[in-house]
Design a binder for this molecule. Structure first.
Ligand code: RFL
Ligand code: PHB
Length: 380
């Protein structure tokens, strides 16, 4: 078997890239280790930047997003027990973000793909990519070992993927930071506590109130690394302590998903080796506080899709540098948001007072507000 572009992974990056290539008339194959059900149910991102929404509309994946997506023009920063609104739209001269779950983006892309698209193989686990200048993908499908020869391979296989590990030692540099805390996230059948997202700095640690729809809340609590998911009652009690104010209080309802995720930042440089490219989480991850991961994955594959469609060797050569500029901006912003809002273990009162002063500056100074808002909504 041979294809022009072999894509490993059917998360948002792989699915969108396949769609872009298909629309440009470029032959490709997508190999995904999990089954369709699993890929469609994996709970992850919630915030789409304007640029991401524009791309989804352009490729014909905007209909349900336009019906069900929730445009947001501000966020709330809660500290010292009081909420302060950041007016994203005013501060950026008109930009906004959308709440539309990654699960829904993935469902829409898979439906488009299966209706009219190149081969997408579920339960096709890639083990390795060899010969990076004339790449060959080695995978198992339906119990049989197979190979796929490609002109190019794109690793869209996420942080735990294998394509990155097929790169010879020494050819790539990995820059990493691990944070000394994790997020415990829940999905609950309960209306959101507020119409906008609430990012809370409290003496008990960070909390975030997000949403998936007018009747479904997505809530996160900062917890120590290694924490096992708590009992529902404990989670609600802690959410009340961190997010409850005289203005809003968490609404309770059945918890339908619960998980603990470590917070990490990582960038692999460069994002191309021979004819093998990395895109999305396979190349970089950000702590989720800045809501950037999915948007970066989309920006990578749009850059790559354009380069393939143009047939320009210069654009393909520029792929890594073009993406890394945006990636480092997002890393910086996500790291700032994370350190502004979380309490490190054993943090001194001095550090906490600095965080509060920083938060007061962000809500009190237009210049500081503009900086947060333009990074949060995406720098285009
Ligand atoms: P994915 O989504 O991880 O997809 C990778 C795919 O590759 C498959 N795969 C393989 N397939 C074949 N063979 C192998 N050997 C394979 N190994 C792996 C996997 O099964 C999977 O299907 O990566 P992609 O496409 O790069 O997309 C990245 C996004 O998923 C990620 O950046 C975001 O979810 C990050 N993120 C957020 N991003 C935002 O932009 N806004 C947010 O609000 C936001 N919130 C979040 C987040 C991530 C979170 N977690 C779980 C880390 C909230 C959370 C809680
Ligand atoms: C989410 O809705 O899952 C979400 C929103 C904003 C973030 C992170 C996660 O910063």
């Amino acid at each position: 078997m041979h294809t022009r572009v072999g894509i490993v992974g059917a998360g948002p990056a792989g699915l969108l890239l396949a769609r872009l290539l298909h629309l440009a008339g470029i032959d490709c194959v997508v190999l995904e280790s999990r089954d369709r059900e699993y890929v469609q149910q994996r709970q992850r991102a919630g915030i789409l930047e304007q640029g991401t929404v524009d791309v989804l509309r352009e490729i014909g994946a905007g209909a349900r997003l336009d019906r069900e997506g929730m445009p947001h023009e501000g966020i709330e920063l809660l500290f010292g027990g009081r909420g302060h609104r950041i007016d994203l739209t005013d501060l950026t001269g008109g930009r906004r973000v959308w709440i539309y779950a990654q699960t829904e983006v993935v469902k829409d892309l898979i439906a488009l793909h299966l209706a009219d698209g190149p081969p997408l193989l579920f339960e096709a686990e890639v083990h390795a990519v060899t010969d990076l200048d004339r790449p060959v993908i080695h995978y198992t499908h339906a119990g049989r070992a197979q190979v796929l020869a490609c002109d190019y391979v794109v690793g869209c296989d996420g942080f735990h993927g294998v394509v990155r590990h097929s790169i010879p030692a020494g050819a790539a540099r990995v820059h990493e930071r691990a944070f000394p805390y994790s997020w415990m996230g829940i999905l609950a059948e309960a209306p959101p506590l507020h119409h906008e997202l609430v990012y809370a700095h409290t003496e008990r640690g960070f909390a975030l109130a997000s949403m998936r729809s007018p009747s479904v809340s997505r809530l996160y609590l900062q917890v120590p690394n290694g924490t096992e998911p708590w009992a529902d009652d404990e989670i609600w009690a802690e959410l009340d302590r961190r997010l409850g104010t005289s203005e809003h209080w968490p609404n309770r309802g059945p918890i339908t998903a619960k998980s603990v995720l470590p917070m990490r930042a990582s960038v692999t440089e460069p994002m191309r080796f021979g004819q093998v490219f990395l895109a999305g989480d396979a190349a970089h991850i950000v702590p989720p506080t800045g809501a950037k991961g999915l948007n970066l994955a989309v920006a990578d594959v749009v850059t790559l899709g354009r380069a393939f469609a143009s047939g320009s060797a210069e654009l393909l050569d520029a792929y890594s540098d073009t993406c890394l500029r945006r990636v480092w901006r997002a890393e910086h912003f996500s790291n700032l948001m994370t350190s502004m809002l979380h309490l490190a273990p054993g943090q001194s009162s001095f550090e906490t007072r600095l965080q509060v002063s920083w938060l007061e500056y962000v809500v009190g100074s237009r210049a500081a507000g503009v900086s947060l808002a333009e990074n949060y909504t995406g720098l285009g």
